[in-house]
Design a protein around this ligand. Structure first.
Ligand code: CDT
Length: 314
């Protein structure tokens, strides 16, 4: 049996601070048109795909800050993307900064991805859980990573949704570095995890990691795919954006942990793979048959006896 899905990773190159939503949506539409020509059914765009990666700046002025956030989705500017995708019968996953007002009138700022089905219906919103960086300006850094100033962690954790003929999950950028991201979705039977990212090549707290950025990007997603028997697609906004270099190397990864497609540029680029969701069962029903082989009671035993306390030094 096979459940084939033509999956596209729509990598973006840099977005300048001055670029309007209309400019960016034009680029998203170009990638969508190419995806249509290549038979794509589900197209995944990066994290914060509508704007530059503004957390590199400390914006005090509320109006200026909120100009990077979407108050509604779709908006007037993004409606053409929704319309064209539905006309072509292509579903998509789009990252953006979300300004959400809850039923008590309290506003929340989230780093969000929306999943839209081929008929244009919204499947789900996922809000980034692991918010990296810092909340106050740190003058020693050559540039800031103020995600903790702009965003609060998503309150809903990692869910999965039945869509596109399978079980779909999402994560955003820093989420991909944490093993529990994949495992929490793995325990819910996830078959495809969609991840957008913006990752500067320069890591100020420990620059010896710079040379390993592309390795770390792939190793976490390949391990997450293999250990949970699921497909993973990781999509970058890469290249030199406002003077800051970002890694690219967007990938589609099989449940075997192998990379089946990868971008070769740091700009706008589409890579496509025909993924079989039934291929997950080769791993979910064998080496990673959770019901048979996992021993959660043993984890409890360890935490009861050892907790989080390290043994005393000799
Ligand atoms: N966007 C995002 O989450 N980026 C982080 C950068 C490293 S932490 C400052 C990442 O994990 O790729």
């Amino acid at each position: 049996m096979s459940r084939n899905l033509k999956l596209g990773a729509a990598q973006l190159g840099p977005i300048a601070r001055e670029d309007t939503r209309k400019d960016v949506v034009e680029r998203l539409l170009n990638l969508l048109a190419e995806a249509g020509d290549r038979g794509v059914e589900l197209l995944v765009y990066p994290e914060l795909a509508l704007t530059t990666f503004f957390p590199r700046w400390y914006l005090e002025d509320e109006e200026e800050m909120l100009s990077f956030f979407e108050k509604e989705m779709p908006s007037d500017d993004t409606q053409p993307l929704f319309d064209e995708a539905a006309r072509l019968g292509i579903g998509f996953c789009l990252g953006y900064a979300e300004l959400h007002t809850d039923s008590d009138g309290v506003t929340h700022r989230y780093n969000t991805q929306m999943l839209v089905e081929r008929d244009g219906s919204v499947v789900a919103k996922f809000r980034k859980v692991h918010i990296p960086g810092h909340a106050e300006v740190q003058g020693w850094r050559p540039f800031q990573h103020l995600e903790r100033y702009y965003f609060e962690p998503g309150p809903d954790g990692f869910g999965v949704w039945r869509a596109f003929g399978g079980i779909m999950g999402m994560a955003i950028c820093n989420d991909r570095r944490w093993s529990e991201t994949y495992r929490v979705m793995g325990l819910q039977g996830v078959e495809l995890i969609m991840i957008g990212y913006n990752t500067p090549s320069f890591y100020a707290p420990d620059p010896q990691q710079n040379a390993l950025q592309n390795f770390h990007n792939h190793v976490v997603m390949q391990a997450g795919a293999y250990q949970n028997g699921c497909w993973v697609v990781g999509v970058a906004k890469g290249g030199i954006e406002e003077g800051i270099d970002h890694i690219a190397q967007s990938v589609i990864i099989a449940p075997s942990g192998q990379i089946v497609a990868q971008t070769i540029t740091t700009g706008d680029e589409l890579v496509v793979a025909n993924i079989d969701l039934d291929f997950c069962s080769f791993y979910k029903d064998t080496v990673f048959k959770f019901d048979l082989y996992r021993v959660p009671e043993h984890y409890r035993l360890i935490s009861q006896t050892r907790g989080v306390i390290l043994p005393p030094e000799e």
